[in-house]
Write a protein that binds this ligand. Structure first.
Ligand SMILES: *Cc1c(COP(=O)(O)O)cnc(C)c1O
Length: 401
């Protein structure tokens, strides 16, 4: 069913791309500038400084790419993995699997730890592989912070501690694509060597910019890596000129949007942004808890402390089609949610609650999902929205959510 006009607002609750703030849309609605215009360099430098502030890094260098998250993954692979070096990819779901497959496609050897459905990364299994690596061939641990497919966030500090305890010098690389701007991360104090990000999730931008933040240790590993590379080589982006920084023409409008989006995060205050995500995700979790009483739907993530503040994956029992719920939610109630990826296709649906979202948007999305389940006759605990309202009403902070 295709309608030519949709009145009101369509609720976009995929975990990326996410809803765009008006200020970001306005910042991008401009004519491109000639590359010598000083505003080009100013915008890029503002984005660099803003990302460093968001990532809480003084030492890290930020490198941008006109690319999506997969492009930023490739940056890590090409810069850090020399011939003969191993990547250790801790299993956490579809995204860690995809990153590992990308490494292999680029002829890199990969060690993986298995992932257990509904569980965060097994850091003990990671430590064991590091301890077993007597020849020190593992160059880097490629960790997905929030696995967007399963709605599971693994603990960076626990990973760092496991790596430290093993005594192995491998770099810690964290894919924060789905958590950046939603959950706290402190690159320097958590001793993360490389952070990987992309524009279209918590940063509230359209897709199209990928980036990495890289510390001195990771830069040294890249320096010593003879792998032929050009576009992905971050040392080629170290120049001062905007053209050099992007290895060609910068995606100017997206960078203008990024400057505006970062400005919104700082204006709200990072602590407030993270609190908002915590409270809104808790409201979604309260709803799912209520829904799950009838057995047809429930949390995919079985460890409550690992449930993401960005996205919630909801598994369905055999006989309940998650894609039918999605379709009805979108077609009849204008609520767009996401489906299952990889091995979870046809087994889960996902509600995104990151980025430019507030309480009524989350309540509206939950109500749309309830309406879709009602249309389909899916048995669910009827007081999901009420549970979310109660959870939001219990928040005592002064400002709006
Ligand atoms: C979305 C996502 C990616 C991939 O980003 P694309 O822009 O779709 O290539 C990588 N990692 C995580 C954790 C993600 O959520």
């Amino acid at each position: 069913m295709t309608r030519t006009r949709i009145p009101g607002t369509r609720f976009l609750h995929s975990p990326g791309p996410t809803h765009l703030p008006d200020a970001v849309l306005a910042a991008m609605a401009r004519q491109p500038m000639d590359l010598a215009d000083p505003r080009v360099a100013d915008t890029i430098m503002a984005c660099e400084a803003g990302l460093k502030r968001l990532l809480r890094t003084v030492d890290g260098e930020v490198f941008f790419y006109a690319a999506n998250g997969h492009g930023a993954w490739e940056v890590v692979i090409q810069n850090l993995l020399a011939p003969g070096a191993l990547a250790l990819v801790p299993g956490t779901g579809h995204f860690s699997d995809s990153w590992a497959v990308q490494c292999q496609a680029l002829d890199r050897e990969v060690l993986r730890t298995p992932w257990a459905e509904g569980r965060p990364i097994d850091t003990e299994a990671v430590a064991q592989l590091l301890r077993d690596d007597r020849e020190r061939r593992i160059a880097a641990v490629l960790m997905v912070h929030t696995d967007t497919a399963s709605g599971i966030t693994s603990d960076i500090d626990a990973m760092r501690a496991a790596m430290d305890a093993s005594g192995h010098p491998a770099l810690l690389v964290v894919d924060a694509v789905a958590s950046l701007g939603a959950a706290p991360l402190a690159m320097d104090s958590q001793r993360i060597d490389v952070v990987v990000g992309a524009s279209q999730k918590g940063l509230m931008l359209p897709p199209g910019v990928g980036f990495v933040a890289v510390n001195a240790a990771a830069q040294a590993v890249a320096q010593a890596n003879p792998t032929p590379r050009f576009y992905w080589d971050w040392t080629r982006r170290a120049g001062a000129m905007p053209y050099n920084k992007f290895c060609g023409t910068p995606p100017l409008n997206l960078m203008a949007g990024m400057e505006a989006g970062l400005g919104l995060l700082f204006e709200e205050g990072l602590e407030a942004v993270f609190d908002r995500h915590r409270h809104l995700s808790a409201a979604v979790h309260a709803a799912v808890e209520a829904w799950s009483r009838e057995g047809a739907v429930g949390f995919f993530c079985t460890e409550p402390s690992a449930r993401s503040v960005s996205v919630t994956a909801i598994r369905t029992a055999p006989g309940t089609d998650p894609d039918a719920i999605r379709r009805i939610a979108r077609e009849r109630f204008d609520v767009s949610i996401a489906g299952g990826l990889g091995p979870l296709a046809g087994r889960v649906f996902r509600i995104g609650h990151l980025g430019d979202v507030n309480a009524p948007m989350v309540l509206g999305a939950l109500a749309g999902v309830e309406a879709a389940m009602t249309v389909l006759g899916v048995p669910y605990g009827r007081d999901g929205v009420a549970a979310a309202v109660s959870r939001l009403a219990s928040v005592t902070s002064a400002g709006p959510l």
